[in-house]
Design a protein around this ligand. Structure first.
Ligand SMILES: Nc1ncnc2c1ncn2[C@@H]1O[C@H](COP(=O)(O)OP(=O)(O)OP(=O)(O)O)[C@@H](O)[C@H]1O
Ligand SMILES: Nc1nc2c(c(=O)[nH]1)N[C@H]1C(S)=C(S)[C@@H](COP(=O)(O)O)O[C@H]1N2
Length: 193
């Protein structure tokens, strides 16, 4: 059976990466992980922007209107004055999905005690799921994939396990994951044969 095509919005939010002070590692890390985790043919809408609330909200709306079923942001979730990604995301929300932020903070605490400083949120806008991830490039894999032991057994689930079913429920494409990277969970009745 052929896999549905999926367009994913990826947004790196960083004052310094967007002005060339350092090289952006957020967009490559997102592309790399999603390319490994998903079996669907993927196309990306990628944006690298500064920590400006209006600009972030406008970018999220643009990506939703461009047909991205999933939009992942990285950066700007902390407590610093210019960290406004959660506010910009909530401003475009039709529904809040608090479980994603709760689970990300749970899994991230296994990696860094400062996980509690990330205020990341997830929301639904129209038929898109928008999720904030922290800005550290290594946090992308940590939050999406979760924590595994040396043998690859899952110790704490990452948030991506719940993303395919969420996208089913909002009427998006059927996402299929590589179990070795991320085992997605769907109720039996929702599994496509
Ligand atoms: N897009 C990125 N590319 C590479 N490294 C990043 C990126 N975003 C963040 N980092 C790294 O993670 C650290 C913490 O990220 P954070 O989002 O708090 O950055 P920041 O201090 O607000 O600065 P900026 O917004 O200019 O990236 C940064 O200091 C940087 O080392
Ligand atoms: N998984 C994971 N979560 C993490 C981190 C990390 O390295 N890994 N860094 C923390 C730190 S130090 C901060 S300040 C917050 C917010 O980061 P941001 O402003 O870059 O989004 O995310 C936290 N969450």
């Amino acid at each position: 059976m052929s896999h549905d095509s999926v367009t994913i919005g990826i947004v790196s939010i960083s004052d310094r990466a967007s002005t060339g002070v350092y090289e952006d590692k957020g967009l490559p890390a997102l592309k790399d992980w999603l390319g490994r985790a998903l079996k669907n043919p993927l196309s990306f809408e990628a944006r690298l922007i500064p920590d400006e609330q209006e600009r972030i909200s406008a970018t999220l709306i643009e990506l939703v209107e461009a047909g991205c079923s999933l939009v992942l942001t990285t950066g700007g979730t902390g407590p610093a004055p210019r960290d406004v990604t959660p506010e910009a995301t909530l401003a475009v929300a039709h529904k809040e999905m608090p479980g994603f932020g709760e689970q990300m903070r749970q899994v991230s605490l296994k990696f860094v005690p400062t996980a509690i400083l990330s205020r990341q949120v997830a929301v639904i806008r129209d038929q898109s799921l928008i999720i904030n991830l922290p800005g550290q490039p290594k946090a992308i894999q940590e939050t999406l994939e979760g924590l595994k032991d040396a043998a690859g057994a899952q110790l704490v689930p990452g948030i991506f396990a719940a993303v395919p079913y969420c996208i089913d429920l909002i009427g998006g494409p059927y996402l299929e994951t590589d179990d070795a990277v991320c085992k997605a969970f769907r109720p039996k009745s929702a599994i496509r044969k």
